[in-house]
Design a protein. Structure first.
Length: 271
C-alpha cells in the first residue's frame, strides 16, 4: 500500500490548488502521475509543469486514483460535466470547496463512490497549513492514508467524524489566517494612536505576531493560555491590555461573532 496515490488529477490550480501542488511535489508525490486541469494557469503553475513534466489540460483524462477539487465553489455547476467524466467508480474525490457537501458532489459526480471533504488554509503555501476533513463510508483505509499524506505534506491534518463540522473548520481555520492579518492591521493602527509612525508600527506588529506564532510552534506541549500567562506580569502593562481584551465584550466575544458569521456563510454556500 502506497501513502501517495499513483495517479492524481488536480482540478483548479489557483492559490490554494497551486500551494497544495507545490507541497505534494516537494513531499514526493510521483510527478509522472499528476494531471492539472486549469483553464488559466499562472506562470507559477506553468513553471511547475515544465520542471516536473506534469500534464496540463490534456484533451482526454483517464480516471485517476484521486481527483482533488480545488476550483471556486461557485463554478462547480459549470465544471461538473467535465469533472464527472474524470471521476470513476474507483476514484477518491477530495474536495476543498467551501460549503459544498459530499451529497452535493455525489449528485454531480455520479460514478464516484468515495468522497472526502477537507478545508485547508492559505499557510499551506509555506507548509504550515491547518486542515481538517470528513470522509464518507465508501472511503477505504488506503484512500484515507492518501488523504492524510496529501494534507500533511502542507501542514497539520485532523479528521472529524461529522461532515457538518467541516463548515465549523472552514469558519475557524479555513478563514482564520485573515483574522490574524486583521489583528496585525489593528495592532499597527493602535500603535499609531499612541505615537508610532505607520511604518514602524506595522513592522513591529508584523514581527510580534510572526514571533508569537513561531514561539507557539516551538512549544507544542504548552497551551496558548499558559504562553499568555508566561508573558503577563501581574499589575504590568500586558495585564492592563488584557483586562480590555478579556472584558465580556472583548476579543473572545468579537471572534465568536466573527466565526459564527463565517459558519453561517459556509452553510449558505452549500447546495
Amino acid at each position: 500500500m502506497s501513502d501517495w496515490p499513483q495517479t492524481l488529477v488536480l482540478a483548479g490550480a489557483g492559490k490554494m490548488g497551486g500551494a497544495m501542488l507545490e507541497g505534494w511535489l516537494a513531499g514526493g508525490l510521483p510527478a509522472a502521475g499528476v494531471t492539472i486541469l486549469e483553464p488559466t494557469p499562472s506562470e507559477q503553475i506553468r513553471d511547475l509543469v515544465a520542471r516536473h513534466g506534469l500534464a496540463l489540460n490534456p484533451e482526454t483524462v483517464a480516471a485517476p486514483q484521486t481527483l482533488v477539487l480545488a476550483i471556486k465553489p461557485q463554478t462547480l455547476a459549470a465544471a461538473a460535466p467535465k469533472l464527472a467524466s474524470v471521476a470513476g467508480p474507483k476514484t477518491l474525490v477530495v474536495s476543498v470547496l467551501a460549503g459544498k457537501t459530499i451529497a452535493n458532489l455525489q449528485e454531480r459526480l455520479t460514478a464516484a463512490k468515495a468522497f472526502v471533504r477537507v478545508m485547508p488554509n492559505t499557510p499551506a503555501a509555506v507548509g504550515r497549513g491547518a486542515t481538517a476533513g470528513a470522509a464518507n463510508a465508501a472511503v477505504t483505509g488506503e484512500q484515507k492514508a492518501w488523504t492524510e499524506r496529501l494534507m500533511r505534506a502542507v501542514g497539520v491534518f485532523e479528521w472529524v467524524d461529522d461532515e457538518a463540522l467541516v463548515d465549523a473548520v472552514t469558519a475557524l481555520s479555513g478563514s482564520g489566517p485573515a483574522y490574524a492579518f486583521a489583528l496585525v492591521e489593528a495592532m499597527a493602527k493602535a500603535g499609531e494612536a499612541v505615537g508610532l509612525s505607520a511604518e514602524l508600527s506595522m513592522r513591529l506588529a508584523r514581527a510580534t505576531v510572526e514571533g508569537a506564532g513561531e514561539l507557539m510552534h516551538s512549544e507544542p506541549g504548552t497551551s496558548a493560555a499558559q504562553l499568555r500567562v508566561n508573558v503577563t506580569s501581574p499589575g504590568g502593562t500586558t495585564a492592563a491590555a488584557l483586562a480590555v481584551l478579556q472584558a465580556p465584550d472583548g476579543l473572545e466575544a468579537l471572534l465568536t461573532r466573527a466565526v459564527a458569521a463565517a459558519h453561517r456563510r459556509a452553510g449558505e454556500l452549500a447546495g
